[in-house]
Design a binder for this molecule. Sequence first.
Ligand code: PLP
Length: 370
Amino acid sequence: VIYLDHHAATPTPEPVLRAMREAGPIAWANPSSTHSAGRASRRLLEEARDAVAGALGAKSADVVLTGGGTEACNLGVRGVAKGKTRLVSTEVEHPAVAESVARFARNGGEVVRLPLHRGRPPSTEALGEHLDADTAVAIQWVNHEAGTILPIEAYANLCERRGASLFVDGTQALGKLPIDLGNLGAHAVAVAGQKIGGPAGAGACWLRRDLDVEPVLDGGSQERGRRPGTPDTLSMVGFGAACALVEDRLLEQPRLSALRDRLEQELVAWGGVCNGDRGPRVGTVANLSFAGWEGPLLVAALDLEGVCVSTGAACSSGLQEPSAVLRAMYPDEQWRAGSAVRISLGIETTDADVAAALRAFECVLARKSG
Ligand SMILES: Cc1ncc(COP(=O)(O)O)c(C=O)c1O
C-alpha cells in the first residue's frame, strides 16, 4: 500500500512503539495515586510532558495533556474567549475550532470569520481591523487540507499590541514548522499526537500562565484543574516519544517539498488544478481538483490501486461532503470542493512511492478520458 494521507495520521515509528511497549507494564497505574505504582506511572507521564514541552519550546508546567487535538482546541478556544465579546477566526478552520467558534456565536458573542481566498492568508491589516482588548482570535497555523501557512508570529505580535488574546491550532504545524512558544506571544496552542507519529487521542494544549481557563469537562482536579479525568499515561508516553523525534521530521521537509512539487507538476499535466497555491504552504501536501470527477470516487479508485489518499479532513471525508475549506477558498468555483483529492506526504514517503502513486493516478484518470 502506498500511504499518502499523512495529514490525517502519520505512521507510528519503531522508537515510539518501543517506548509504549516498555511503558506498558507501568503506565496502567493511575498517575494520581500516591503509592509506588502510581508514582511510577506519574514519572512516565511527567517525562512525556517534558518531551511535549521540549518540542514546543515551552515550559512543562504550561502544558495540559488532553485526549487529542479536538479537546486541546476546544480548551484553547474557550480559554482565550473567556470574558471577550468578539472572536475572530477564519473560514477554513478545522471543525475542532470552527465548532467552538460557532458555540461562542450561539452564546451571543460576535464572530468574524476572515477569508483565505485561493489560499492567501489574511493580512495583518485585515486581522487588525477587528482587534481590541475585548477580542480573542482563534486561528490555525497550517491548514489541514491545503497546507497554507498563516503568519502566526505577525498575528501574535499584533494581538499583543492590541491586548487581544490568541489561540493557535498548531495541530498541522508541529513536525512541519519549527515551533518556539516561549517566544511566540500566543495565549494558547493546541497540538495532537497522530500528526507526528504518536497515538491518536493524545494531544496537548499549551496555556500561557496568566490565562484563566475553565476546563471543557466537569470532574477532578487533574492537570492543575485544567483537564479532569485520569490521564492516559501510555498514550502520553507515545506522544512524548513522538515529540522527541520532531526535529527529524523538520529536517525532512525540503525533501518532501521536492517530492510534492513533482507530484503536483505531473498531476497538473494530466488535468489537475492546484488548490490553495496562492499563499505560502508546507511541503507535505498537494491538493488538486479534477474537473468531471467526484473526489470520493477518485479516492476509492485510487484505493483499489493500492494508494491511500483523501478528499480532505478525515472527520468530514467519512461523510463524503464536499470540502468546506475549498468551498470557502473558492467561492466562485464551487466545483473544486467536490472534485478534490488531498495527497499528503510524511517522512516515510519515498521517490518510489510517488512514482507508484503517479502510475495509479495515470491509470485511474485515463478511464475517464478514454
Ligand atoms: C488542523 C487540525 N485541527 C484539529 C484537529 C483535530 O485533532 P484530533 O483529530 O486529534 O481531535 C485536526 C485533525 O485532523 C487538524 O488537522
